[in-house]
Design a protein around this ligand. Structure first.
Ligand SMILES: [Zn+2]
Length: 306
């Protein structure tokens, strides 16, 4: 006979035991396993350091929090984590592509558009933990990452869960695909040239945002597709040392079709900072002041003093 008292204890057991993602380690490409770039994660994909003892969050920007594949495996099999993940690192030559919401988890059917993309990439791919997406690993070089709803291409600054639940119709190995991926990026993340001519209420000088970021050595993490902006990038905040939680996320710069530029960082220390603060910082930080048009909004140089 059921008693009311038996229900809470049942619930408690459910909370303690982590329900793991599907996991087929034998299918994970050996080249991903080689270097210590591994983390563990919970059901909500929060990354953790692969430790068996204490629990400590990890960051895809902090190599100190990464471990070897075997350490990640050991921590995962200890039963406290839902899965393991591999960090995508600059200059290593791996690119991770995430296609979200393209697969029916019940039937396994993948959308036609996504299948065309997967055939072109023709490299190792696996089903994501939710069963609704596909993650592809290729070898290649791209200058930055590209992000829009449903399609994310990462060259760094991210970790991907790795399930080993590979799609057998594609290679079991990670293939070099720089050319194909460059074409795909050009098609999927087009630059709206015509909108450059639009003249809105903003009438200041038009800066070349890409040039500013390059000259200022700004660390661009990803280009973000955003219908309201001509271009928009996720960057590393110049004031990153002042951030507390998740320091590498939440900072964007961009340019509207009118030419106006913006900077926004949601971290509390940066909340008051705007484009002018950002450009002033770049000017202060580097010695390229003379190569930039004055863009501080009317502040003029006073000569002859001092
Ligand atoms: Zn900031």
């Amino acid at each position: 006979m059921h008693t009311a008292a038996s229900e809470p204890s049942k619930l408690k057991v459910k909370v303690i035991i982590t329900n793991p993602f599907p996991f087929f380690p034998e299918c994970i490409p050996e080249e991903l396993k080689r270097d210590p770039r591994w983390v563990c994660c919970n059901r909500r994909k929060v990354p953790y350091v692969a430790l068996v003892g204490e629990k400590e969050t990890a960051s895809s920007a902090d190599p100190v929090t990464w471990r070897s594949y075997s350490e990640a495996l050991e921590a995962f099999y200890a039963g406290r984590y839902a899965g393991i993940g591999r960090v995508i690192v600059t200059g290593e030559g791996f690119i991770g592509i995430d296609l979200d919401g393209v697969r029916n988890p019940d039937t396994g059917r993948i959308d036609d558009d996504a299948r065309r993309l997967l055939s072109r990439l023709d490299s190792y791919c696996e089903v994501s933990p939710s069963g609704r997406g596909v993650k592809v690993w290729v070898r290649g070089g791209l200058p930055i990452s590209y992000v829009k709803p449903g399609l994310e291409v990462y060259t760094r600054g991210r970790y991907f869960t790795v399930t080993g639940q590979m799609l057998p119709q594609y290679p079991a190995t990670i293939e070099e695909r720089t050319g194909t991926l460059t074409e795909i990026v050009a098609e999927e993340f087009p630059r709206p040239e015509s909108r450059r001519c639009y003249s809105g209420p903003y009438s200041g000088p038009r800066l070349d945002l890409d040039q500013v970021l390059e000259t200022g050595s700004v660390n661009v993490l990803a280009e973000i597709s955003d219908a309201s902006a001509d271009r928009k990038y996720r960057i590393l905040c110049p004031w990153i040392e002042e951030h507390t939680a998740a320091p590498e996320t939440g900072t964007v710069v961009g340019q509207y079709p009118s030419g106006a530029t913006f900077f926004h960082c949601w971290h509390s220390h940066c909340r008051h900072r705007r484009w002018r603060d950002f450009i002033n910082y770049l000017r202060w930080f580097s010695s390229w002041r003379s190569s930039l048009p004055d863009y501080t909004g009317g502040s003029s140089e006073v000569s002859g003093i001092g």
